[in-house]
Write a new protein. Sequence first.
Length: 193
Amino acid sequence: MTLADGRTRCDWAVSATGDDALLYRDYHDQEWGRRLRGSVALFERLSLEAFQSGLSWLIILRKRDNFRRAFDGFAIDTVAGYDDGDVARLMADSGIVRNRAKIEATIANARAAAELDTDLSDLLWSYAPPARPRPRTMADVPAITPESTAMARELKRRGFKFVGPTTAYALMQATGMVDDHLQSCWVPRVGDP
């Protein structure tokens, strides 16, 4: 869909209205589908994708700065050290999604990430599939793939929680492991790192 600036974007990026329209547009244009590396950055995205499960991504996007503050910038070792007092603090924080299971999963995931025998970023990127043509329509975008299923299986084996194949695929899309911008979208393809 083409907006007032003349740029054609993926359908989901123009679905919001009011102040949210700019937030969604900027996320689409500047972040979504861009290659992201680094354990802390990917731990944050993995955590936010888990919090998004069952909710609109727009809810998470609106609260992202609050999540960063509440979870100490998603510093893996810091979050891995959280205790029951931190869970209580997070449950009382109206700036984030207050879901005990997701909060506890984030802490468990930080502990699992801290115990990895490899870099979290390298582990996640090892599941990125070969580049493929961009989808023509949103109907051509899968919800899960063999790679996202394998990633979720390996993360669960290593003690991660709230990381099913759909969440893993959303992470792959958001961090540029796959390029699911539509063929008509103005955002340029990102080259190999």
